[in-house]
Write a protein that binds this ligand. Structure first.
Ligand SMILES: Nc1nc2c(c(=O)[nH]1)N[C@@H](CN(C=O)c1ccc(C(=O)N[C@@H](CCC(=O)O)C(=O)O)cc1)CN2
Length: 281
């Protein structure tokens, strides 16, 4: 028996679920989990379904679903659950998010394949080597950024990468790169967006005298720190905390928020609707 994960979005109208269920029946399938949402602003219907089928041929199952949904203008993804998403991790010098992702990957909590780790510095190369993952150093300067980003895209193709994670990667990606990988780049921003965008958010927060700090995982767009939000969390602080203590405490929030977001994306639990996300947790 093969377990499949399907996501679907289309203009909402009666009969979508019945048509989809008919397709599952044609695939001799059994639905084991289903979540849906209709966005009242856009009228878009979104659904994530897990179903079992004795048919192991992905193309055959996809055809049966496409035929069943032919009357609807759907965007569908279908993947055998056992087919893990492939993620390229990007880092600079901070190691806390990388280490958290690799810990969860090693103990089976994060069902992805990590073909390569890329960095604009060499500081974290020993961590990649300790985990047996190839490390590629791509230094970035204002002048070399186009070539650096071309090299990154070549790695994405070479390793059949599904998505990229900026695990405290501290370079702004160009519009071209963001456009080349829409909805396929996840960043962790070290503040509770929309507050304190850009560089040094904890020092901004300290100066503002906040009582809560936070972190935000979002899809990357050309507009810095503006992409659709996937996950956020906060932690309480007070007047006695120095900016450095906020940075240290913030690391705990960042690594949890990013790891949750990466897991949910890897399990096809995040769908985009306009500038927002739907998260079928
Ligand atoms: N196109 C985008 N690229 C990136 C985003 C994004 O939202 N859109 N997020 C950043 C991460 N980040 C904040 O979360 C961030 C990182 C770096 C900078 C920055 O100003 N970097 C300087 C260089 C700093 C250095 O070399 O250490 C720069 O790029 O000129 C701002 C925000 C990742 N990329």
């Amino acid at each position: 028996m093969e377990r499949y994960v399907m996501t679907l979005s289309c203009p909402d109208q009666p009969g979508i679920i019945r048509a989809f269920a008919e397709g599952v029946v044609q695939a001799q399938g059994n639905i084991v989990d289903n979540k849906q949402y209709t966005d009242p602003d856009t009228g878009t219907f979104s659904m994530r379904t897990e179903f079992d089928s004795p048919i192991s041929d992905l193309g055959a199952v996809r055809s049966l679903l496409d035929d069943a949904l032919a009357a609807y203008d759907t965007t569908v993804t279908l993947r055998p659950e056992a087919q893990r998403r492939r993620v390229l991790l990007m880092v600079s010098k901070a190691d806390h998010c990388l280490l958290d992702l690799l810990y969860r990957w090693e103990n089976g909590e994060l069902p992805v394949d990590i073909p390569v780790i890329v960095s604009n510095h060499t500081d974290l190369q020993p961590i990649a080597e300790r985990h047996g993952i190839p490390f590629v150093h791509i230094p970035v300067t204002k002048e070399s950024k186009p070539a650096a980003e071309a090299a990154l895209l070549a790695l994405v193709e070479e390793h059949a990468v599904d998505f990229v994670v900026l695990a405290r990667y501290m370079q702004v990606l160009s519009d071209d790169l963001c456009s080349a990988l829409p909805g396929r780049i996840i960043n962790i921003h070290h503040s509770f967006l929309p507050g304190f965008k850009g560089a040094k958010p904890y020092h901004q927060a300290h100066a503002r005298g906040v009582k809560l700090i936070g972190a935000t995982a979002h899809y990357v767009t050309a507009d810095l720190d503006e992409g659709p939000i996937i996950e956020q969390d906060v932690a309480r602080v007070d007047h006695a905390w120095t900016a450095e203590q906020l940075v240290a405490h913030g690391r705990d929030v960042e690594r949890l928020v990013l790891s949750r977001a990466v897991l949910r994306h890897a399990e096809d639990r995040v769908l985009m609707t306009g500038a927002r996300t739907i998260v079928f947790a």
